[in-house]
Design a protein around this ligand. Structure first.
Ligand SMILES: [Zn+2]
Ligand SMILES: [Zn+2]
Length: 139
């Protein structure tokens, strides 16, 4: 059976549903994600574009240029409550990331690769058995 998951922003104006399993799920410890979330990491769950369907209010887009790769990242957030629900990256054409914490059931994603661990916050404990990468994920 195909997994269907739903989620959305904090105020509920932006909603989405995903169909099927993710292509990749990561925990990103890069400096940009720490800054943009105001927290320690982000947890993007990557799908093919056609696996994700949005409803409700249109998202506002902010484009960030990576100072390391020079490539763009486009973060999509609710114009009312500011929750970043999704994003796309120049590096991954045809794919869309969903912010893991915005799923109605965030626990459904089981395994995650930890990326950009070179800038991990010092108090953070990464599980022993997790795959980890100093920089971005190779796949
Ligand atoms: Zn909202
Ligand atoms: Zn990041």
């Amino acid at each position: 059976m195909t997994t269907i998951q739903e989620g959305g922003c904090a105020c509920g104006d932006v909603r989405y549903r995903t169909v099927g399993d993710p292509v990749l799920a990561t925990v990103c410890h890069c400096k940009y994600c720490q800054k943009r979330t105001g927290s320690a990491f982000s947890e993007p769950v990557m799908f093919r574009i056609e696996q994700v369907e949005f409803s409700g209010t249109a998202r506002t887009i902010y484009e960030h240029q990576s100072d390391e790769s020079g490539r763009w990242l486009r973060m999509e957030f609710c114009p009312r409550c500011g929750t970043t629900v999704s994003g796309t990256a120049q590096r991954r054409p045809g794919m869309r990331g969903i912010s893991g914490g915005t799923f109605d059931n965030p626990d459904w994603v089981k395994s995650r690769k930890h990326i950009w661990t070179r800038s991990v916050q010092q108090w953070m404990l990464i599980p022993e058995d997790a795959e980890r990468f100093e920089k971005g994920s190779p796949a």
